[in-house]
Write a protein that binds this ligand. Structure first.
Ligand SMILES: *[C@@H]1O[C@H](CO)[C@@H](O)[C@H](O)[C@H]1NC(C)=O
Ligand SMILES: *[C@@H]1O[C@H](CO)[C@@H](O)[C@H](O)[C@H]1NC(C)=O
Ligand SMILES: *[C@@H]1O[C@H](CO)[C@@H](O)[C@H](O)[C@H]1NC(C)=O
Ligand SMILES: *[C@@H]1O[C@H](CO)[C@@H](O)[C@H](O)[C@H]1NC(C)=O
Ligand SMILES: *[C@@H]1O[C@H](CO)[C@@H](O)[C@H](O)[C@H]1NC(C)=O
Ligand SMILES: *[C@@H]1O[C@H](CO)[C@@H](O)[C@H](O)[C@H]1NC(C)=O
Ligand SMILES: *[C@@H]1O[C@H](CO)[C@@H](O)[C@H](O)[C@H]1NC(C)=O
Ligand SMILES: *[C@@H]1O[C@H](CO)[C@@H](O)[C@H](O)[C@H]1NC(C)=O
Ligand SMILES: *[C@@H]1O[C@H](CO)[C@@H](O)[C@H](O)[C@H]1NC(C)=O
Length: 451
C-alpha cells in the first residue's frame, strides 16, 4: 500500500514537472531563429529613420524635417507583411464617443480601421495592454488580434506607460504618443520610426516578448528566460547606418525589475547620455518632479543629481529644460527648477534655462497643444522615451527608450535634426521663460501666458 502511495506521489510530481517545463517552453515564443540571424550577420543594419510628430493644426509650429505621426504610423502598417506588435498605455482611437473634437480626430478612426483590416492581409496583430475593459480591444480581438493583459498593479503597483510598435521584427516606432485619437490631433507628440533595421528591432521584440509572457502574472519570475536577455546595451551599442550615416544605438527599459541580464535601465541610459554630453543638454518633457510619492512623499534624487553633477563638473555646459505648464503641473516643479538654476553662477560657468510650453485653450474650454514630448538631445546623442521625469514613473511604471549616438555631420543626422526640433519649440511663442518669484498658474492653463 505504502509503495503504491509513493508511486502515486512520484507520478504526480513527474506530471507537475512536465507541465511546468511545458509552460516554460510555451512561454518562449519562437519565430525563426532570430539569434542565428544575428550571429550569421543576416540581420539588416542599413536602416532608414523618420522623426514623427503630431502638431495640432491650430498651433503655428511648422514640421521641421519631420513627418506627421498619423502618416508615419499608416506607412508603418502598410509595410507589415507578417506581424504587428503594439504596446500602448491607452486605447481610445475611436473618437465617436466623445463630443467636441477637432476634424483631425478622424485620424484615430482611420488607424483603428487599418488595424482591424490587418487580418485580411494575413498580418497578425498582438497587443499588450493594461486595460481590462476596453471596448476597442474587444473590437480588435473580434477582428483577429491577440491581446495579453499585463497587470502592472499586481506586479509593481504601477502603470503600463510603454508605447512602442514592432512590425515584422524589422521596423519600429517608439514615442510619446499612445493609441489615442488625441495623440493624432490635439496633443503635441514626438516619436521615431526606424525601417529595415532587424538587427536593432529584434532587441525591441525581446522587450515585447517579456511583456507578452507576463500575461495575468501577479508576480515577476526570479530569473528571466535567456531568450529575453538584451542583445545591445549602453556598453555594447549596435553599430548601424541610419539614412546612410553611421550611428550607434540601443534600447533601455523600466522599471528595473523588468530588465533581464544586460538590459540597460532607462535611468542608466539617461545617465550615460548626460555624462557623454560636452556642450549642451536639451530636455523636452511634460513633467519634471524629482519626488516619489507612495505612502509618504520622498525626494527622489536620481535624475536631479545627474543634472547637478553635469552642471558642476562639465565646463560651460548649457542645459535647457522645456516643461509643460498645464493642469497636472505640480507647483513644486518650479522649486526644483529654480534650485537647479541657482547652481550656475559666475564661478561655475554653466547655464540652466527653463521654459514652460503653454498649451492653448479652445473656445469650448478644451486644451490643445499640451507638449507631451519625452526626449533629451545633446551634442552627441538623443534619448527618446515613454516616461515623464517624475520619480513615480521611473520606479513603478513600465516604459522603454531608445538611445542613438552620432557624429555631427552637416545638419543631416537624427541627433542634429532633433536639436533643430527642440530649438524650433524653444523659440516658438508658446514657450515662456519662467520669471523669478512669479509662480505661473499652470492649473489655469491660460493661453495668454500669465507667467
Ligand atoms: C466607435 O464608437 C461608436 C460609438 O460608441 C460605435 O458605434 C462604433 O461601432 C465604434 N467603432 C468601432 C470601429 O469600434
Ligand atoms: C466595462 O465597460 C462598460 C462600458 O464601457 C461597462 O458598462 C461595464 O460595466 C464595464 N465592466 C466592468 C467589469 O468594469
Ligand atoms: C491585478 O492585480 C490586482 C492585485 O493583485 C488584482 O486585485 C486584480 O484583480 C488583477 N486584475 C486582473 C484583471 O487580474
Ligand atoms: C526597406 O527595404 C525594402 C527592401 O530592401 C525596400 O523595398 C523598402 O523600400 C525599404 N523601406 C524603407 C522605408 O526604406
Ligand atoms: C502624490 O499624491 C497626491 C495624492 O495622492 C497626488 O495629488 C499627487 O499628484 C501625487 N504626486 C505625484 C508626484 O505622484
Ligand atoms: C501613465 O499611465 C497612466 C495611466 O494610464 C497615466 O495617468 C499617466 O499620465 C501615464 N504617464 C505617461 C508618461 O504617459
Ligand atoms: C552640407 O549641406 C549643404 C546644404 O545643406 C551642402 O551645400 C554642403 O555641400 C554640405 N557639405 C558637406 C560637407 O556635406
Ligand atoms: C546647421 O544649421 C544651423 C541652423 O539650423 C546653422 O546655423 C549651422 O551653420 C548649420 N551647420 C552646418 C554644419 O551646416
Ligand atoms: C531619412 O531619409 C528619409 C527618406 O528616405 C527622409 O524622409 C527622412 O527625413 C530622413 N531622416 C532624417 C532623420 O534625416
Amino acid at each position: 500500500m505504502k509503495s503504491q502511495h509513493k508511486c502515486i506521489v512520484i507520478f504526480a510530481l513527474v506530471c507537475c514537472c512536465a507541465v511546468l517545463i511545458a509552460l516554460i517552453f510555451s512561454a518562449v515564443d519562437v519565430w525563426g531563429d532570430d539569434e542565428d540571424d544575428i550571429a550569421d550577420g543576416k540581420c539588416s543594419s542599413a536602416c532608414r529613420v523618420v522623426l514623427v510628430e503630431n502638431i495640432p493644426e491650430d498651433l503655428s509650429i511648422p514640421y521641421k524635417d519631420t513627418v506627421s505621426l498619423a502618416a508615419g504610423l499608416h506607412d508603418l502598417l502598410d509595410q507589415a507583411h507578417r506581424s504587428v506588435e503594439i504596446v500602448s498605455p491607452w486605447w481610445a482611437l475611436n473618437s465617436t464617443e466623445y463630443e467636441s473634437k477637432p476634424p483631425q480626430a478622424k485620424q484615430g478612426e482611420i488607424l483603428l480601421h487599418q488595424l482591424m483590416s490587418l487580418q485580411s492581409r494575413s498580418v497578425s496583430l498582438k497587443v499588450v495592454s493594461g486595460l481590462t475593459n476596453s471596448s476597442e480591444l474587444r473590437v480588435l480581438t473580434k477582428s483577429g488580434a491577440e491581446v495579453h493583459y499585463l497587470n502592472m498593479t499586481a506586479l509593481m503597483k504601477g502603470q503600463l506607460n510603454s508605447s512602442f510598435w514592432v512590425v515584422d521584427r524589422k521596423h519600429m516606432y517608439i514615442g510619446s504618443a499612445g493609441m489615442d485619437w488625441r495623440s493624432l490631433s490635439t496633443m503635441k507628440e514626438l516619436g521615431i520610426i526606424i525601417y529595415n533595421c532587424s538587427c536593432l528591432v529584434l532587441d525591441l521584440h525581446k522587450i515585447f516578448s517579456l511583456y507578452w509572457q507576463l500575461e495575468y502574472k501577479e508576480f515577476l519570475p526570479s530569473t528571466w528566460s535567456k531568450k529575453l536577455n538584451a542583445l545591445y546595451n549602453r556598453d555594447n551599442n549596435l553599430q548601424l547606418h541610419l539614412n546612410d550615416t553611421e550611428a550607434k544605438a540601443y534600447y533601455s527599459s523600466s522599471p528595473d525589475v523588468f530588465c533581464p541580464k544586460d538590459r540597460t535601465k532607462d535611468l542608466e541610459a539617461i545617465n550615460r547620455v548626460i555624462q557623454k554630453a560636452e556642450t549642451f543638454i536639451y530636455i523636452s518633457i511634460t513633467n519634471y518632479l524629482p519626488m516619489l510619492n507612495r505612502s509618504q512623499p520622498k525626494y527622489w534624487s536620481r535624475i536631479d543629481n545627474m543634472l547637478r553633477e553635469a552642471l558642476i563638473l562639465k565646463k560651460s555646459i548649457k542645459v535647457r529644460l522645456l516643461i509643460s505648464c498645464w493642469e497636472q503641473t505640480d507647483p513644486l516643479t518650479l522649486n526644483f527648477l529654480w534650485s537647479l538654476k541657482a547652481l550656475c553662477t559666475e564661478s561655475v560657468r554653466c547655464s540652466v534655462e527653463v521654459k514652460f510650453f503653454i498649451p492653448q485653450k479652445q473656445s469650448n474650454g478644451h486644451l490643445y497643444g499640451v507638449n507631451h514630448n519625452k526626449y533629451m538631445v545633446t551634442d552627441r546623442s538623443v534619448y527618446i522615451g515613454n516616461l515623464n521625469w517624475v520619480g513615480n514613473e521611473f520606479v513603478y511604471s513600465a516604459g522603454v527608450g531608445v538611445v542613438i549616438s552620432q557624429q555631427v555631420k552637416n545638419n543631416s543626422t537624427v541627433v542634429e535634426r532633433m536639436k533643430a526640433v527642440f530649438e524650433r519649440d524653444w523659440h516658438s511663442h508658446y514657450s515662456k521663460t519662467i520669471q523669478p518669484n512669479k509662480i505661473p498658474a499652470c492649473s489655469m492653463h491660460t493661453a495668454s501666458g500669465s507667467l
